[in-house]
Design a protein around this ligand. Sequence first.
Ligand SMILES: [Zn+2]
Length: 275
Amino acid sequence: MFDSHVHAGPDVLDRIGDDTDVARMYGLADFSGFVLKAHYESTVGRAHAAARLTGKSVYGGIALNQHCGGINPSAVAAALGAGGRVVWMPTADAHTQHTADLPRLCNHEPRIGPHTYAIPPVDTRNIEAVETVLALIADHDAVLATGHLSGDECRWLSERARFFGIGRVMFTHPSYTVPGLEPAAIRTLVENGGYAEITTYQLLHQPRCTPTMLARAAEAAGSRLILSSDAGQPDSPPPPEALLLLIDTLAAEGLDRRWLESAASTTPTALFTPN
Ligand SMILES: [Zn+2]
């Protein structure tokens, strides 16, 4: 198993454990690796340390939120130049997050003031910065993840990603509250390339989310499905258990277990492993 989305401490939020604790959990569960995500810090150095500690494939990257000035090519160049494997478009500081009244960095530290980020077609002023970021991702053959951007921005991004020759695209939990895409929209996205993620976090914490709803989203993704835990919250199960819970839950909805297991092992491994 390979978990392509987990959170650990240190963080501005409480987490179930730090990088070492979480790496040990995956070791005990015999996972091959994981992707360490943080909303407010590059995880590239942290992932490297966790990989050295465990001998597992541990990958990091950077999320383009307020901590790095949003869509910031300099931050991306530094993260990818140091071996980062993934760039997440704005997550906690995306404009969608603000509209949906979900947690933001400015909630943790009100003195910094709120800034939100959007890309075309919602905000066309930063197109040059976005395209520089895409060129950097293509150069490093890294993964472009869509973060919490809206469906319209995901569609624009996937078209521009193809133009820039990006071969690795992950639509970050499209059926979550943000961006809140229906199965038909998810199907259209993956038909043009890329992978669609479903997370245990959705199952456990997303308002009005049901196993049936996640099963419909999984079917829409088809062979382009990736299952991840997005765990690490103190009130979620340990991340390896959380990912297995998602597989069991979707299998109980009648979905093929071998397909679900590949969506949490070989599919994400191939997406993140450098050539
Ligand atoms: Zn997450």
